[in-house]
Design a protein around this ligand. Sequence first.
Ligand SMILES: C[S@@+](CC[C@H](N)C(=O)[O-])C[C@H]1O[C@@H](n2cnc3c(N)ncnc32)[C@H](O)[C@@H]1O
Length: 255
Amino acid sequence: MSGALKDPAERLYGRTRSHPLRPRQQLLLDVTLPRLRFSEAQAVDPLAAFHPRPAKLWLEVGFGGGEHAQAQAAAHAEAGLIACEVFENGLCSLLSRLVPEGGEATAPLPGNLRLWDDDARILLRALPPGSLDRVFLLFPDPWPKMRHAKRRFVHPAQVALVARALRTDGEWRVASDDPTYQAWVEEVMAGQALFTVRAPALQRPGDWPPTRYETKAIRAGRSPRYWTFSRTDLPAPADTHQAPADLPGAQGDPE
Ligand SMILES: C[S@@+](CC[C@H](N)C(=O)[O-])C[C@H]1O[C@@H](n2cnc3c(N)ncnc32)[C@H](O)[C@@H]1O
């Protein structure tokens, strides 16, 4: 591993709000989000949070504007998807497409989509081992400077955390357009045995809806890579399962 790799940062992301919220956005957070929110108490039996109870459980880390999460939920009624995002404007963006103005409290919502508006790592720790069938990490914040590497979501500690929650043969999909992060993913994943590693696709595979970040990256001339890692049957290290209270919430200080 290049350089001395530090433990993961207490907080992996930057701002959680970019500008004051408009009244409609505030209403979406106050009224619609609670209708979709996945609570920590539900992590004991996560499939029970969906109606009807799905056959599979999927989780997306950092959904941004939620284009991918919304498309996957619409295309896969058989899967319950917990979509995680800490950035309020991202949450509002997804919620505003799910409910029309005036329908914040009453409009029907997808039965197979739930939202987690805190650090995805808290939820990954709270879920039962082997409960997830698939995890998506699409265009994570690249943190290109080496001194920020501890904030990258792909990190040996988080690899073990994802592995703990995924069942054997479960899939971890990762995409990145950033050359430093691409090399980093290759390096981190080559140094572990919890997932089998194949060369990434250079074109977005089928059943992999586009995201806003990806569209911008391609328009800017960058070349995304798309990995599909498959969970082996090796047990994940036991110490990935810290109590959620050991982790800071979204309001913690980045340093
Ligand atoms: C570069 S954006 C990409 C968003 C989206 N996946 C896309 O492709 O358009 C990364 C997102 O991950 C979110 N994020 C970063 N760390 C997170 C964490 N630990 N838990 C939940 N969301 C996180 C950030 O708030 C940000 O919106």
